[in-house]
Design a protein around this ligand. Sequence first.
Ligand SMILES: Nc1nc2c(c(=O)[nH]1)N[C@H]1C(S)=C(S)[C@@H](COP(=O)(O)O)O[C@H]1N2
Ligand SMILES: [Mo]
Length: 201
Amino acid sequence: MVTRGFTGKQPGQDRSDRVPPGQHLVDDFPVLATGPAPRVEPEEWKFILKIGPRPVKKWGWSDFNALPQTRMTRDIHCVTSWSKLNTAWEGVLVDDILADAGLGAPTEFVLAHCYDGYSTNMPLADLAGGRAMVALKYDGRSLPREHGGPARLLVPHLYFWKSAKWVNGLQFTARDERGFWELRGYHIYGDPWREQRYTND
Ligand SMILES: Nc1nc2c(c(=O)[nH]1)N[C@H]1C(S)=C(S)[C@@H](COP(=O)(O)O)O[C@H]1N2
Ligand SMILES: [Mo]
């Protein structure tokens, strides 16, 4: 008899290993946002790095697309309880953005900023070391507007609210300053494997 165990999946790629506590798998790709999707044409898109209030480097669409492009296939986990396996992205690693700006680690924390006014915070360590990118493509195509196109942050090891859509910059901050949802009751860090959903989890 042929069972799921013999369909070519490697041991250790068992899906249950990949679904954090309190999460369930979906096959579709839900769309979530606090408001309507802003319309940002690639030609007008800008990405700015700031240290505190001070802008230190700015890219337009074509300069940004000229940076090294990396593919990343990862599982994603939304705090509203859906998880999706093997999502395929392409974009620029945060490491490569910082290298192009000639920056190391000006501070330990980062706030991501977006065209819709959304923001979210994380330690720089969670963006560096190949763990995060500014994604320009999903599933081989330019990123759909509802999923954050033209560009979104992808930080797949944290709950998906950290993956800021319509991203337009990263700001280095001296302290871990809370972003939009972190100010409204979501956990400051948001590790799905530790179920850090709300402030005191
Ligand atoms: N700019 C921006 N980014 C955002 C949000 C938002 O409202 N604005 N919502 C966050 C939340 S809560 C989630 S769960 C994911 C949803 O991404 P998706 O619509 O691609 O599934 O985007 C995150 N990034
Ligand atoms: Mo969310």
